[in-house]
Design a protein. Structure first.
Length: 235
């Protein structure tokens, strides 16, 4: 598909991506989804390390540097600085989002949520070329005087994601600028910008999730998630 090919090439190319195995990010995650459950500083100034091939992310520096957390589709763990496992959640499921008023108040839930979110953010658009991800190009979208091309993607159950059906927007340089998807019972527009090149891979260093209005525009407040990448390496 022409748009997906253009997006992959703009982000570094599949040849480069296929040679990579791991990533390391220095980042912060904030927003009302964290602050409303008393986790405003939980994911501030930490390191995320993981695989580019499979969904796996380890966060170091949680709770002001006192703990680490690891996300994988079949398990989530919380560890102390010595590597001792303090808590484990086997076979995690997104069904926890449907129970309770504050589903992200639990540390295991928060690591699970941030783990698959960061992994999916980082691996897109390459993830969209997965053989089990179905994509189709939609009509262009105009926003703030710009015309963005769009792809609808349908993810298979084995890829943990916030919602199986998502729409991705790409600017005139074929760089991802927005994604619409479900999130905690609502629909959001997840914006990305300030792209930088790290290890020959182009990465958006700023991301923001906003509630989506029925007309397809985003409400400016509240900011549900705010992600800033300070540095990234791939190997």
């Amino acid at each position: 598909m022409a748009l997906l090919d253009d997006a992959i090439e703009a982000s570094g190319g599949m040849s480069r991506w296929s040679r990579l195995q791991r990533f390391t990010l220095h980042l912060s995650i904030k927003g009302t989804l964290l602050s409303c459950v008393g986790r405003a500083r939980q994911f501030k100034d930490l390191v995320a390390e993981g695989s580019t091939r499979t969904q796996s992310v380890r966060f170091t520096g949680l709770t002001r540097g006192e703990k680490s957390g690891t996300f994988q589709p079949d398990s989530v763990t919380i560890e102390n600085l010595d590597g001792q496992v303090l808590r484990t959640w086997l076979n995690p499921s997104l069904q926890f989002l449907d129970h309770g008023n504050d589903p992200l108040a639990d540390d295991l839930h928060l690591v699970f949520f941030c783990g698959f979110s960061i992994w999916n953010y980082l691996t897109t658009p390459f993830l969209l070329a997965h053989p089990d991800v179905k994509v189709e190009e939609l009509s262009p979208w105009k926003e703030n005087g710009q015309t963005w091309r769009r792809l609808r993607a349908l993810f298979p159950p084995e890829i943990v994601t916030s919602s199986p059906a998502q729409i991705f927007y790409f600017d005139e340089n074929s760089l991802q600028r927005r994604a619409d998807h479900g999130l905690l019972g609502m629909t959001v527009a997840h914006y990305s910008w300030a792209h930088q090149v790290f290890s020959d891979v182009t990465v958006p260093t700023l991301r923001r999730s906003l509630a989506l209005r029925p007309d397809g525009t985003a409400a400016p407040k509240p900011v549900l998630l705010d992600v800033e990448v300070f540095d990234a390496t791939f190997e």
